[in-house]
Ligand binder design. Structure first.
Ligand SMILES: [Zn+2]
Length: 159
């Protein structure tokens, strides 16, 4: 039992180091792409998926959830952040975000990069450090990686 405990810690640490060293966000991007299938977007027909990596190596997922009144709609990124925070996670490494329009047959095609909206950038700044990574991927499999500081310079804070 004790050996298993230490082994699981070792796996977590190795996974974390692997992400930090190699900056390989493929798993995170693939998880975000998968989440576009869960998107509830009957109004915009634009499906977004997000995958948020916390400091312990856990991936929290999110998709956009729209509403008939439009205003109460929630973005994929904030869905992921709120799920994570409500379950106790507070420190994060990176988020992958992808999005694309819905075809006539209901499938989603990732085309261009899908950067986070201003509201999501502000929500991320509440929990993430300035070097937190925001990973975007397009339909050609290309990735762009930004820090939060790059996408939200001079952000609002009470600190
Ligand atoms: Zn947003």
């Amino acid at each position: 039992m004790t050996i298993l405990f230490y082994f699981s810690i070792l796996i977590d640490v190795k996974r974390k180091l692997w992400y930090n060293k190699n900056m390989n966000y493929d798993e995170l991007v693939q998880t975000a792409i998968k989440m576009t299938e869960r998107s509830y977007a009957p109004y915009s027909h634009f499906h977004v998926g997000a995958a948020l990596l916390d400091k312990n190596g856990h991936i929290w997922t999110g998709c956009n959830v729209e509403n008939a009144a439009y205003g109460p709609s929630n973005c994929a990124e904030r869905t992921a952040v709120f799920k994570a925070v409500s379950e106790g996670a507070r420190e994060f490494e990176a988020i992958a975000i992808v999005g694309g329009p819905e075809a006539a047959d209901g499938t989603v095609t990732i085309q261009d990069f899908c950067p986070p909206c201003g509201v999501c950038r502000q929500v991320l700044s509440e929990f993430c450090t300035r070097d937190f990574k925001i990973v975007l991927a397009n339909g050609n499999g290309e990735q762009k990686v930004f820090t939060l500081a790059q996408l939200l310079p001079e952000s609002f804070s009470l600190k």
